[in-house]
Design a protein around this ligand. Sequence first.
Ligand SMILES: *Cc1c(COP(=O)(O)O)cnc(C)c1O
Length: 399
Amino acid sequence: MTEKKSHYGTSTQSVWAAEEGPFPYGAAVMPIVSAATFAYPDFDTWQKVASGQASGHIYSRNSNPTVAVLEAKMAVLDCTEAAIAFSTGMAAISSTLFALLSPGERVVSIKDSYGGTNVLFEEFLPRFKISVTLCDTTDHERIEAEIARGCQLLYLETPTNPTLKVVDIERLAQAAHRVGAIVVTDNTFATPINQKPAVLGSDLIVYSATKFLAGHSDVMGGIVSGRANLLKKIHHFREIAGASLHADAAYAILRGMKTLALRMQRHNANALAIAQHLKHHAKIDSVFYPGLVSHPGHLIAARQMSGFGGVLSFTPTGGFTAVRRLLDGLQLAQRAAHLGGVATTAGPPQVTSHVELTTEERARAGIPENLIRYSAGIEDAEDLIADLDQAIGGRDRAI
Ligand SMILES: *Cc1c(COP(=O)(O)O)cnc(C)c1O
């Protein structure tokens, strides 16, 4: 992406960044370059590209023109030096950790990271003699104390999945940089529209592009963006470990991203309206949404986010029976392990974000069994609220 576009707002960037063209054949959009490999007219030209003396592509596991446009676009939206794409969000996260960490090193993170990330921390990194200390997510003093004991990497996620806790990125990034640690932030819930971790001091930002970035529940992908020197190592790992993104998927994510800013405005507005409505509902015990003034992380969120996101969670009164009845009663929500799509999705953590964890592990992570995570889509807020009301009421379906 060129410097000249960087002063544009995020809606303009969503449409134009890295997609100014011109594209091959005069195409109005970057075509899907579905080539596994790239052929050269002669050895000398080929060798110049292979050795990095000329720009071009050699093999799509290493780089691909359609994927490169997505990568450039993400760097612009994130205000970072560069970005690289992966086949899934977990591929982006695991590759980042395995590319940067070595045996004997230490990671400090939070208890409320995404379920899959939590398994990397509890199961896989320790197998490679990388120690991980998981702190209470909102206990900033404790996290700072653990960082000060020495670590190579601080891994954050905010707002968290599924209880929407908020972590102060700027404060903890400063603590991490004092001990020379790299800061990685999972920005999947916020997206670059609502939050810019790089501006707050995060060295790397990771995403599941499967969620809000793509936005249409029809493609998987992952992104890491941030400092170029770190991304070089992660890119090298991707070339070898091989979790590259296919050009078809890059195209679908790029198309989705043209409406990212527009969609996020609606996701933000819908989730806030629903959270405010449920907060006063007699049959709802608690509502977790950082946009509520009563949310313990609201002040931090108001400082570091420009919108509070499309995901909220809540606990209906009446235990898991009520959860089952409410979920089955929803007509405008897909019961699915997913979030961030244009269609509303809802589900409890034991079949969604934390399916990999046992009941005991979820309890230890402070996730109530009667929690419903609700990802507000871009439907009309009144319709979603009416649908929730009828499902909470537990009346028989009208149809
Ligand atoms: C879904 C998700 C991931 C994993 O992404 P996949 O694309 O499913 O591999 C990581 N972090 C968060 C916060 C997520 O919601």
